[in-house]
Design a protein around this ligand. Structure first.
Ligand SMILES: [Zn+2]
Length: 138
């Protein structure tokens, strides 16, 4: 997979990767086009739609955020941060002030480490961070 059209790591990191990383992730979560198995399978990038963490169900955005037993501990912390009653997809993905907390959860699951790097910390960058789907290992 060629990446010739994408600026080099330094350029991307300093100019637009940092602010874009979170917004791109939040958009992808909302539109369900994020690099989870269900979507990757749908676009034929992956052989299975099963969640790699638990192997029990399709890895949908809902499963990843609210259901997967593998992420119980980070999810518990997210619940404490936003309040149990607000642990719904609508709230977590729609509210601007909730997304940083969701980002922290996502960071703790390490699920998108390859694709997005550290989604919590917009002040730090390295050339390994990619927002391109092509970077996701399946
Ligand atoms: Zn799972």
């Amino acid at each position: 997979m060629a990446h010739d059209c994408i600026p080099g790591p330094a350029t991307r990191a300093t100019i637009y990767l940092q602010p874009r990383r979170q917004s791109s992730l939040s958009t992808q979560l909302r539109t369900k086009t994020v690099a989870l198995q269900r979507y990757l399978h749908l676009i034929k990038w992956a052989d299975t739609s099963l969640c790699p963490a638990c192997g029990q169900q399709d890895e949908t955005v809902y499963h990843f955020i609210l259901e997967c037993p593998a992420y119980e501990e980070p999810r518990r912390r997210l619940g404490q941060a936003v309040g149990r009653a607000k642990m719904t997809m609508d709230h977590l993905l729609a509210k601007k002030n909730t997304f940083p907390k969701l980002s922290k959860f996502i960071h703790e699951t390490k699920r998108f480490e390859d694709a997005f790097g550290d989604v919590r910390d917009a002040g730090r960058a390295d050339g390994q961070n990619r927002e391109n789907m092509a970077a996701v290992k399946t």
